[in-house]
Write a protein that binds this ligand. Sequence first.
Ligand code: MSP
Length: 471
Amino acid sequence: MKKTYITTAIPYVNGTPHIGHAMDYCLADVCARYHAMIGDEVRMQAGVDEHGGKIFQKAADLGIPVEEYVAENTQKFKDFIYKLGVHYTDFVRTTDAMHEKGCQEIWKKLENHIYKAKYEGWYCTGCERFITEKEYEENNGVCPDHQKPYERLEEENYYLRIADFKDRINQAIESGEMVILPEFRKKEILKLLADSPDVSISRPKEQLTWGVSVPDDDTQVMYVWIDALANYITVLGYPEKDILDWWPAEAQFVGKDILRFHAIIWPAMLMGLGLPLPKNLVSHGMVLANGQKMSKSIGNVVDPMEAIEKHGLDAFRYYFLRHIDTFADSDFTWEKFDNAYNNELANDLGNLVQRLATLAKKNNITINDELKFELPHEYTELMNNFEYSKAFDYVWAKVQDINRRVDEEKPWSLAKNGETEKLNACMVGLINELLSVNNMLKPFIPDTCKKIEKVFADPITPPEVPLFPKQ
Ligand code: MSP
């Protein structure tokens, strides 16, 4: 059995989960379910990023001990993942003793590529990122994402010598050893890599204590990204355990805003450790509200729980996985969500199930429940390439095809005219097609698929209430 490891970015726990966080989880969940469906043994990680100045500051502002603050928010993320119907096998907190120990071991193994030097430059605590002079000038000294002036830092730091790995990373990306998706991001990353200086990987404890201590140096903590990136392997037990059964990951899901860390610092760390690179770095776009970035100050933040409560979990997953493009930035608007629910889920799928099941029951149609469905090549190709919104479109076109066939073949007329054999062949054909489509929908809207399977099990039983009642 092929072993497949899938990862999600670990969010900062400086607030409650928002709709953007759902993206990594939902995409990774589709990937995990698809791989399980094609027979792989799957492991999927999730977790939380608890260290760094941003979180420390937020807890201090609220007057809560930071340990308490991160524990509270971690639970909120766990609840959130559960409510999305997402199943992970491994969960990591970056404050876990095992993770911290793993980070320190990793640091020691990288020591040949680490040196100490003075850092004089800019930092954005919102992004938890060192800012180059060029970026500072381009943005007139203010972070466009956080609307806060960059901080000036002058401190002794440890650096990771990216120069040691640049050529090899470049080659790994160019050759497809580590695939970056979507393809157009690859060019951006190659350019960033070419210009990438060595990166600062620690902060003096005088400035920040909330982090993993650098081994054998009491004065420094690790830069939050070193600690965070390590989670993907510490959660597998690295370095105590041999992780090569599971590593390299089949896919690492990250937002486009954090691809640079995963495509430059992370491969450098892995190469320094002598570990293979992930097979695919899948970077998704941003979820926007009416074309705008969601922000508390604008007041356009969509609460994912409200969306789930409004039309149910699978309606949310449906909208999120089909109408939020896997790779491009896409809008979430209540109007689009309501339309998708009523016109697509309720009309295209819900009505189809109801109509076919009612006709089948009335005419005593039975289905061979031993059927095995082949996944069409077009579908597997899209799924294997992580083109989930396109795969969903492909499957939905099939749902619409079945609706068209029902209208054309008019099984109710066959019944009325007593053409029993024709009626039977027509209904069995339509229901089998629906079940085959249902099979392809399983990674996306699993609860609905289970209900549909139940409806068409022997004896066929139309749902007592519509799968998606019109609202
Ligand atoms: N802690 C880092 C990740 C470390 S991974 C080793 C971080 N956290 S985050 O909370 O800012 O973001 C977590 C994930 O949520 C990222 O993949 C990010 O791209 C994603 N999103 C945050 N806001 C988003 C949207 N509005 N839309 C889509 N995804 C977004 O970065």
